[in-house]
Design a binder for this molecule. Structure first.
Ligand code: ZN
Length: 859
């Protein structure tokens, strides 16, 4: 590791860190704090309503007449305080931000009280709070309390700062399985009802409480340091071998990394058949989408990646998030960035064959983070939609920034800093500054300034390197967008060639313009050693040519970075189509399949410029340049194929199959699709999904009804969630009857509420012209919105309606105009949809002509 010198001056106007203890209107006042909460619930998955009671030990810190707590959609039957054996009745009224206020007749003097509340509620079907999931004619109750949903299940001090012990007890019909965060303390059965009391928890926030009730089967997870079971819907216990086998090694790797034993008394997993999110790290009872846990015993290589990665992510949260918790939701990214980073660490350590070392995580963030209206990762949060706005960047941008730090100080020092932070704050709450302090402590430069510049400002820099050695930074934006000027503190890890010799050094830039004389004479400059920087960069055309002729001086991460970077520069109107094609040509014949895949990926990104006029030329280019490559790989996956080869094959198959109009490939796709439908174990799902997409796109209209029926029949017969997914969400029909069939299917019980939006997205992707989609949506919007989880309702404009067609955008605007203000968070979804769509339209305007000319010249 090269040594890093600090050249920092405090140049950045940064917001000060957020109030920790100061009272704000959207949080409960510090006058009353909880110390312990008991919750009892009477639950029956076959009955929609339930009742419950809770007692919360509280401390009144300063005299007050009111005690606040959170509650949403519950009926408060009564509430009272007890104090030294005396009962004090409370009159409850509703306030802002889901707060309720219990008012006593007289002032409450400081001291210890117990707040007792009896309440009633309904188990909802919208996949957050406490919710009902109907699966194969059986009912299950699940919970999803992150971020502010515990208040929908029981009254509580529903903020992450209140880390206290809880004790849960649940009464339910005797035949139901009941599980919660801790082991069972006792179970009593009376008159067909069993009451399960769980052990008191360690201190934890409400959002990590979980319980589930239903007719589960379960298997033991052996080899863990604590007892653990994997709970599955009835009949699915034989689909768990893969997860049971790999979970212990993942947990062991994390225990080793943190230097702290797994902090809880048990660790159960639950496979949830209807789940909005991927998984949730509840203390001792982690919930997952069923598709992540119910798998073949030995899934094909690339299909192992997501389940293992998500398990590693959720287990990493048991330390980062659960043992040490953010004080408020504005620091949620601390949880997510770190869990994502730690999951990548585990994947690299345990499963090198999955090639996480080559993944450029920034590429997952750069698109969303280029929007002129994007929010900083650390931002003010008052309400639930504020948390959800830009949620994805908490993971991807957060992980990228941590990775940038790791690459600067080295993995060992990074781990040292994290261990110190964990030790100091175990069982407590933190703000971002606590982590910076820990990392500053193990590095010899000002990491906090760099972190704040990246996390408290939106977007990221574009760095221009001139042939005179002048380095100028500005905020990256796409062609035609306007953004405010900003500067960052940026570590530049330079590789450059001067006088025939390749040099490397690290410099920091923190001003708009910096002069680096050593670059003035360089033949070429590559400023992003090992592609760990969170920025885009540009060099002169002459230096680019020199770099491309010396391209094997770069490693494969760096080569991929050159490709993605030049594609981004095109989108920013910094270079022309010719520059991108030059880079693409220089790397499309690389020895490494990962690099070729990046090159093919860049070409595939131009699909928004393909239209009726140029599609024949585009098809000719694909058949000419890329079909030989696919033919060399063949469509058959072999056991010796590396993950990179598999991914390259899947990408080429999809690009050529959907755009090359190649009769032979379409015919082969039909054979593969039929083979998969007959026996889903005979073809890997990556290939099968593409084969179904191609076949349904090109299928003759009169055959479509038959195809649709065949696919849906196979879908209903399939057991594995991934097979079900591959079958129905791959369909790419575009005729009216089939499109309506797909959309109508989304409203049936065959598609769970959490998967409903996926079907609508599939339809939007299948259609160039969205008229059919909006005709159906206008007729069915009430049923659709009622079925989908609230989170999907708010994101629907962005997920479904983002488009590169002015006509489609106009239809979308007309559709959402009367409804967006009726649904929490949907207005922001519309704004993002408009931003992204208008951006694509501007790019089309700017580059259509050049792209057409390029295709013409390639013939
Ligand atoms: Zn997470």
């Amino acid at each position: 590791m090269k040594r890093v010198t600090a050249l920092f001056s405090a140049v950045l106007a940064l917001s000060s860190s957020y109030a920790f203890a100061e009272d704000v209107e959207y949080r409960l006042p510090s006058s009353v704090t909880p110390t312990f909460q008991r919750i009892h619930l009477n639950l029956d998955p076959d009955a929609p309503r339930y009742s419950g009671s809770t007692s919360i030990d509280i401390t009144v810190n300063e005299a007050t007449q009111k005690v606040g707590f959170y509650e949403q959609d519950l009926v408060i039957v009564n509430a009272s305080l007890s104090f030294n054996g005396e009962t004090i009745p409370l009159t409850v009224s509703e306030g802002e931000y889901d707060m309720n206020w219990g008012e006593a007749n007289d002032m409450l003097s400081p001291g210890k009280y117990t707040l007792d509340i009896n309440f009633e509620g309904a188990v909802n079907t919208s996949s957050d709070g406490m919710y009902l999931s109907r699966f194969e004619d059986k009912n299950y109750i699940f919970t999803q309390f992150e971020d502010m949903h515990a208040r929908k299940a029981f009254p509580s001090f529903d903020e992450p700062i209140f880390k206290i012990p809880y004790q849960m007890s649940i009464s339910s019909p005797v035949h139901q399985v009941v599980v919660s965060n801790t082991p069972v303390e006792k179970e009593v059965t009376k008159d067909g009802v069993k009451t399960v009391t769980f052990e008191k928890t360690k201190p934890m926030p409400t959002y990590l409480i979980a319980y589930t009730v239903g007719p589960f089967d379960s298997v033991e997870m052996t080899g863990l340091p604590v007892p653990g079971r994997l709970y599955v819907p009835k009949g699915y216990a034989d689909k768990t071998a893969f997860v049971v086998k790999h979970t212990p090694e993942i947990l062991a790797s994390l225990e080793n990394f943190f230097g702290i034993k797994y902090p809880y008394k048990k660790m159960d997993f639950v496979a949830v058949p209807n789940f909005t999110h991927g998984a949730m790290e509840n203390v001792g009872l982690i919930t997952y989408r069923d598709s992540l846990l119910l798998l073949e015993d030995e899934p094909s290589l690339t299909e192992r990646s997501r389940p293992l990665n998500v398990i590693a992510h959720e287990l990493a949260h048991q330390w980062f998030g659960n043992l040490v918790t953010m004080a408020w939701w504005d620091d949620l990214w601390l949880n997510e960035a770190f869990a994502s980073w730690a999951a990548s660490y585990v994947m690299k350590e345990l499963y090198p064959e999955l090639n996480y070392a080559d993944r450029i995580v920034q590429e997952g963030a750069f698109g969303a983070d280029a929007s002129p209206t994007v929010k900083p990762v650390k931002k003010e949060v008052r309400t639930q939609p504020d948390v959800m706005d830009g949620l994805g960047l908490n993971y991807s941008k957060g992980e990228s920034i941590l990775q940038m730090i790791e690459s600067l100080i080295g993995t060992d020092k990074f781990r040292e800093g994290v261990r110190a932070y964990m030790k100091e704050h175990a069982w407590g709450n933190t703000v971002a500054d606590d982590l910076w302090r820990a990392l500053d402590g193990v590095s010899d430069f000002n990491l906090s300034a760099m972190m704040k510049a990246y996390l408290e400002q939106p977007g990221y820099p574009l760095i221009h390197i001139g042939t005179d050695g002048r380095v100028v930074q500005s905020r990256f934006h796409y062609a035609g967008a306007t953004v405010e000027p900003q500067t960052w503190a940026i570590p530049l890890k330079l590789t450059y060639k001067a006088n025939g010799k390749i040099n490397q050094e690290v410099v920091f830039i923190d001003k708009k313009t910096t002069t680096l004389p050593q670059l003035a004479e360089a033949d070429w400059v590559y400023p992003n050693d090992n592609a760990t920087g969170y920025f885009r960069w540009a060099v002169s055309a002459k230096q680019l040519n020199a770099l491309l002729s010396d391209i094997d001086a770069l490693n494969k991460r760096e080569k991929k970075n050159v490709l993605y970077n030049y594609q981004a520069l095109l989108n920013a109107d910094e270079v022309g189509v010719d520059s991108v094609m030059k880079v693409l040509n220089a790397l499309a014949n690389d020895q490494d399949p990962a690099v070729i895949r990046a090159a093919v990926g860049v070409l595939a990104e131009f699909d928004y410029l393909v239209n009726d006029e140029n599609e024949a030329n585009y098809a000719a280019l694909l058949n000419d340049k890329y079909l030989p490559l696919l033919n060399r790989l063949s469509l058959t996956q072999s056991d010796t194929d590396s993950a990179d080869v598999i991914r390259l094959r899947n990408l080429l198959f999809s690009l050529l199959g959907l755009y090359a109009n190649n009769k032979e490939l379409i015919a082969k796709s039909e054979v593969i699709a039929k083979q998969y439908i007959a026996d889903p174990t005979s073809v890997p799902s990556g290939i099968a999904g593409t084969a179904i997409a191609i076949t349904t796109k090109y299928s003759a209209v009169e055959d479509n009804a038959k195809w649709f029926d065949t696919i849906v029949k196979a879908f209903k017969a399939a057991q594995l969630p991934n097979v079900k997914r591959t079958l129905v969400y791959s369909m790419r029909f575009n005729d009216k009857a089939s499109v309506y069939n797909m959309l109508d299917l989304a409203l049936t019980d065959d598609i769970t509420p959490a998967n409903t939006v996926s079907m609508v997205i599939s339809v939007a992707r299948s259609l160039d012209d969205h008229t059919l989609l909006y005709t159906w949506l206008n007729e069915n919007k009430d049923a659709l919105i009622a079925k989908m989880p609230d989170y999907h309702v708010s994101r629907m404009p962005e997920f479904v309606s983002t488009t590169c067609s002015a006509e489609n955008l106009a239809m979308a605007n007309t559709f959402y105009a009367p409804i967006h203000s009726q649904h929490q968070g949907m207005s922001r979804g519309v704004e993002i949809m408009q931003d992204e769509s208008n951006q694509c339209l501007r790019l089309k305007d700017a580059f259509q002509k050049d792209f057409d000319a390029f295709l013409e010249a390639a013939q």
